[in-house]
Design a protein around this ligand. Structure first.
Ligand code: 6R9
Length: 647
């Protein structure tokens, strides 16, 4: 069957910021004259001291370094707030939808947001936070999460957001890794009608790490929480005493803006560090072009601020562009599976950006939940976080968008700061399942396992040949790990960790991770992290974790566990281990399958052969490949004979 192609609708081609011809011309210029191109693009930001240098980057070991707009100075909170006050101070910056539809929404104008940010920034200063200090945010999806981010940016503090679904252990590890002396949280979070004990989690986390002197507690539900005298501060009481005037610090373009921990193929999560100037240019430019965004349009990115998508496309991108950004506290299926589309109608959302996992879950509930809403306001749909399967794409296009809305399938990573491969709605014909073409300035390349470039159509490892302004600058506290992780697999190129196919039209099709990272509901999980949580259990000798296909989550977690001698594995232990992992990392790491195994397939040098474990988890056992190099081939027979029944 011929591949489906959806041409750019005529009205989009005529009215969009960028049409096909303009994309080709801009793209050409961006890669042939990067210095001049990015010097011009940098003008979209308000600089305090203009830059005179633009691109100072090298991926080569000898002179490795990444600097953009290196001698410019700016403040990102001023770019999100102050610059808009004169023209649109009274327009709505944040439209907040609470977890429960019966609770009132909040509409916060740029002027109000500016005032709240200044007061909170002054509270941070009063608690001793200085330029360069790390501030950990562990908050639900409430406007105060954006307030806290922007307040950090205002005074030059580095925020590190920890997703509120992570466990106290995971939170403690992240607080300790970046030596954060302050944590901002709330009494509880609310998701799908359930309460999440955030303050209690912080209290528990702080028994595992030292150095935190202040905990600021936002009242969200009003539930009683323990307050430690001298350490814990009530948000509202704290800000009431503060002035609404807080000058924005003059930051260098390369001063850190935020740390965000993400999973890699080895070891503990890495603190991805983004800096100020290049990130500002990248997040605002990509937000404007990918969503064809104009101020006044109501735009909704349904991601949590605990993930990079929430950083760049709920908060920084839209606010730099003077937008109205919807923040949603809840979940797609509460109180029922029409919630997303009800909120679209309520706020007259024009642009909706969500994750395939949510779409697949909603698709399964049937079209009626969608059709009972109008959605007439929708003009554009977006997808992010994992490959979108063509069935889900078609459903999103036909049922949600009624065939009228282009879909921008945006491929990018925590490390890239913003969108790297994506259609532009006025420029790019769409193919369901393809992220299509590179963003301005992005030079994707496919290489084979030896690093030989693949020209024309083909499939290989996706690398990026040269730097772009929103690129991460280092791993917090471990610059060597940054270089080793991303620039040594294929010397001189940024290694994405993704596999990819390029078709005859030059369209990119991401095929998924090729390292030991799995993508569960759009959330990145390192298999090594789950393994180390499992082996930390007293009854576990060894564990190996791989991904398995999962209808809703994209990938599920399949764990092979060898128990200690004398421990008889049973159903009770299986349940205990599932709870243990949830406790060690958080509910997103819940194993879908645990298979007890007396031994794991290993090479004679002791390396676990994950290829075999993956095949078994994928139920693709007819092609296990060469098992002759195994130290003990009978291990595989045992694994095959004892596969748990998959529901
Ligand atoms: C933004 C974000 C990054 C990984 C990435 C890839 C997968 C993200 C995708 C996609 C196919 C897309 N991914 N978007 N795969 N098509 N449109 O998700 O960042 O959490 O760091 O995950 O997610 O595998 O390498 P992050």
């Amino acid at each position: 069957m011929a591949e489906a192609v959806y041409p750019v609708p005529a009205a989009w081609a005529a009215n969009a910021l960028v049409d096909a011809a303009r994309y080709e011309a801009l793209y050409h210029r961006s890669v042939t004259e990067p210095e001049a191109f990015w010097a011009e693009m940098g003008q979209r930001i308000d600089w305090i001291r203009p830059y005179t240098t633009v691109k100072q980057t090298s991926f080569a070991e000898a002179d490795f370094g990444i600097r953009w707009y290196g001698d410019g100075t700016l403040n990102l909170s001023a770019n999100c707030l102050d610059r808009h006050l004169a023209v649109r101070g009274d327009s709505v910056a944040i439209l907040w939808e609470p977890d429960s539809p019966t609770e009132p929404e909040r509409r916060i104008t740029y002027r109000q947001l500016h005032e709240q940010v200044c007061r909170f920034a002054n509270l941070l200063k009063a608690r001793g936070v200085k330029r360069g200090d790390r501030v950990t945010l562990y908050l639900p999806m409430v406007p105060e999460a954006a307030v806290a981010m922007l307040a950090c940016a205002r005074i030059g503090a580095i925020h590190s957001i920890v997703f509120a679904g992570f466990s106290p252990e995971a939170l403690a590890g992240r607080i300790a890794d970046c030596d954060s002396a302050i944590v901002v949280t709330s009494d509880e979070g609310l998701r799908g009608g359930k309460r999440v004990p955030l303050k209690a989690n912080v209290d528990e986390a702080l028994t595992h790490c030292s150095g935190v002197e202040t905990v600021i507690v936002l009242r969200r539900t009003g539930a009683p929480v323990a307050m430690v005298a001298g350490r814990d501060v009530d948000w509202h009481a704290g800000v009431a005493a503060q002035s609404a005037d807080c000058p924005a610090e003059e930051m260098n373009a390369e001063d850190p803006l935020f740390i965000l921990y993400t999973s890699g193929s080895t070891g503990k999560p890495k603190g991805v560090l983004h800096t100020t100037g290049g990130y500002a240019v990248w997040a605002s430019l990509t937000h404007e072009l990918v969503f064809d965004y104009r101020p006044g349009q109501v735009y909704w990115c349904a991601a949590d601020v605990g993930w990079v998508t929430g950083h760049s496309y709920v908060v920084y991108g839209p606010l730099m562009n003077g937008g109205t950004t919807v923040m949603f506290e809840g979940v797609p299926n509460f109180p029922d599976p029409s919630r997303f589309w009800q909120v679209v109608d309520k706020f007259q959302v024009e642009i909706f950006y969500g994750a395939p996992t949510a779409l697949r879950a909603l698709m399964r509930e049937g079209d009626e939940w969608v059709k009972q809403t109008s959605r007439a306001s929708l003009r554009l749909l977006g997808s992010v976080g994992e490959p979108i399967n063509p069935e889900a794409w078609e459903w999103y296009h036909k049922v949600v968008g009624e065939g009228r809305c282009p879909i921008v399938d945006t491929w990018w990573q925590t490390e890239t700061g913003g969108v790297m491969i994506s259609p532009l709605p006025g420029a790019t014909a769409l193919k369901p399942g393809s992220a299509t073409r590179p963003m301005l300035g992005v030079q994707p390349m496919l290489v084979d396992n030896d690093g030989t470039p693949i020209e024309g159509p083909g499939e290989g490892c996706l690398v990026i040949a040269d730097s772009w302004p929103g690129q991460m600058r280092t791993v917090w506290g471990d610059h060597e790990r940054f270089f080793q992780t991303y620039f040594t697999t294929f010397a001189g190129k940024y290694f994405t960790g993704d596999g990819c196919r390029r078709d005859a039209d030059g369209y990119y099709w991401i095929t998924g991770r090729i390292d030991d990272v799995i993508n569960v509901s759009g959330h990145r999980m390192g298999t090594a992290e789950i393994e180390s949580a499992l082996v930390a259990h007293a009854k576990v000798a060894e564990a190996a974790v791989v991904g398995m296909p999962h209808e809703i989550k994209g990938q599920g977690i399949y764990a092979y566990v060898t128990t200690n001698a004398g421990i008889e594995p049973d159903e009770a232990l299986r349940k205990e281990l599932v709870q243990w992992v949830r406790h060690e990392i958080g509910p997103i790491a819940t194993p879908d399958v645990i298979q007890f195994a007396p031994g794991l397939p290993k090479t004679r040098s002791g390396k676990i052969m994950r290829r075999i474990l993956r095949k078994i988890a994928e139920n693709d056992v007819s092609s296990l490949g060469d098992t002759s190099t195994l130290a003990d081939p009978s291990v595989v027979d045992n694994l095959l004979a004892n596969r748990p029944h998959l529901a």
